[in-house]
Design a protein around this ligand. Sequence first.
Ligand SMILES: [Cu+2]
Length: 340
Amino acid sequence: MSFWNSMSLLDPKTENAKNLVLYHDLVLIVVVMVLVLVGWFLTLFLLKSFFMGGGMNRYVYKNELLEIIWTIVPAFFLFDLGYVSLYNLYSMEVGEGVQHVVKVTGHQWYWEYEYTVNFSNMDKIAQESWFKASSLEGGDFRSKEIVLGLSHLNFKGDWFLVYESFMIPEGSLSDSDCFSMNSGFRNQDVTNPCFLMYGYKNEVLVSTADVMHSWGVSELGVKADAIPGRTNSLAVSPFCSGSAFGNCYELCGAGHSTMPINVFITSLDNLLCMLKEGVLSTDEGEEHLKSVFPMFSYLNDSEMSWMLEQDWSDPSLLFSVVPESEDLEEIVIVTELNED
Ligand SMILES: [Cu+2]
C-alpha cells in the first residue's frame, strides 16, 4: 500500500517482488554509472582544447583499441542485465507444488473470485484454533463449530465458492479494525477480498467475462492480463501475512478505476476455515446442511454443549446425538447417511 510521501517502491511480500525491487536497484546503479562515464567523455571531447590540447589527434582519433573497448564493455553490461532479467522471468513461472488455486474473472467493473473447497481435508485442531481466535471478537461461534465439525462428514467432494468483489464507495467506508477485513482506504477497499495463503505457492488464474482487464498487485510482484477466451496463470508465494492492494491495469471502460484489488494473505489453516465457512454460509450450503442434519433444530442448550465436546472424526457418534424424543423417521434418515 502506498501512502503520502512514500518515495520508494512498495514493501515486497513475495520472493519475486523482492527480486524485482533488487533488479530495479541494479539497473539504477548501472544507469548512473553509464551516465557519469558518458557525461565525462562528452565534457572531455567538447572541451578538448582545454583538457587535451593536441592529445585528441594523438590518443583518440583512429584509436581502434579504444573503439573495441567502448563497444564490448556496454555489451557486457547489457548481457548482465538481460541475464538477471531472464532469471527473474523464469522464476515467475508457476511450475509444480501449487497448494491453492484461485480463479479470477474480470467483469465491467468488478472482480469475481472462485475457489475449490474440499471438506475431506478437515483438520480438527486447526479448526479449533481458528474458532478460539474468532471468539475473541465476542461472537458466539459454538453452533458454527459444531456445524463445521459435522460438515466434513457429509460435504463430500469439491464445492465451488464463488463471490464478487466490488469497490466500497466513499460514503459507505468503515474504519479499519484488527478483526474486520476492511482496510478503510478510499477507492481501495472492497466488499470481499481475494484470499491467498503465505508459506505456500498459490496459483491465480486470470480470465475475463467481457473486455480486457489486468489483475495486478505490485506488492506481490504480479500482473497478468485478462484476455477474452484465454486464461493466464500467475504463481504467488507470499512470505508473510497481511493485506496487499492492487488495481485493474488495462483500460476497460468507464468504471476502470472502480475495480481495485484487495488480497488478504493468511495461514493455510485460517484460509481453509474461512473458505469452508464461506461455503456453509451460501444458500446452497445451508440447504444441504439442513437436508443432512434435520435434527439440528431439535437440540436444546445442554445437548449442544455436549456436542461441542465430542470428537466428530468418529462418524458413529452421529447415531447418539439424535434426541430420544425424536420420531423414528428422522433417525432413519441420519442412519442411512452414515452407512455410505
Ligand atoms: Cu480496467
